[in-house]
Design a protein around this ligand. Structure first.
Ligand code: HEM
Length: 147
């Protein structure tokens, strides 16, 4: 099995990076969709429209991309023997934070679709920066492999 994965290592890596971009794109878009929904009153037609758009973003892009990044990433780690590497442990910790952020944000959007307003525009703009910061640290780790 490891030999098979090694023979397609570069395909796995290409797919991993492609779906990582889709995942990050979704994580950048979702907080902004929340901000647009704040312009609409709970129970209004405008709120319902944004709830539908968020639902599609979650089910068509965000969640499938996250799952694909994990499956291809773990396949790369197994094939390349990276499970014992310090950089990989640090990367995995940051990716678990990003996955937790994904789950938490999805939970907030479901609350908003029910008419709740758990986050202000200022807080949404602030938390919208989290994926970008994680991206910089994760990509630096995977290319520099500092430890
Ligand atoms: C979800 C869990 C993840 C796992 C288990 C994982 C694991 C890995 C492994 C083992 C490699 C191959 C490293 C090498 O061959 O040198 C890799 C490559 C890469 N990963 Fe991940 N990764 C994950 C998520 C992410 C995320 C969230 C990002 C970006 C935000 C990311 C960005 C990259 C990049 C850019 C590469 C290519 C590096 C190169 O070209 O050599 N990965 N990943």
């Amino acid at each position: 099995m490891q030999d098979l994965l090694l023979s397609i290592y570069l395909f796995l890596k290409a797919g991993h990076v492609i779906f990582m971009v889709f995942w990050l794109a979704g994580l950048f878009m979702l907080p902004r969709q929340c901000i647009y929904m704040l312009d609409h009153a709970p129970g209004s037609e405008g709120e319902a429209k944004w709830a539908t758009r968020m639902g599609k973003l979650r089910s068509i892009i965000l969640t499938p991309s996250m799952i694909t990044v994990w499956v291809l990433g773990l396949s790369l780690a197994y094939a390349g023997g990276h499970f014992t590497s310090g950089w990989f442990h640090a990367k995995l910790t940051l990716v678990l934070v990003m996955t937790g952020y994904h789950g938490w944000l999805v939970g907030q959007t479901k609350k908003m679709a029910r008419g709740e307003r758990p986050l202000t525009e200022a807080r949404l703009r602030m938390i919208g920066e989290v994926p970008g910061l994680l991206l910089v640290l994760i990509v630096a780790l995977v290319y520099l492999k500092p430890f």
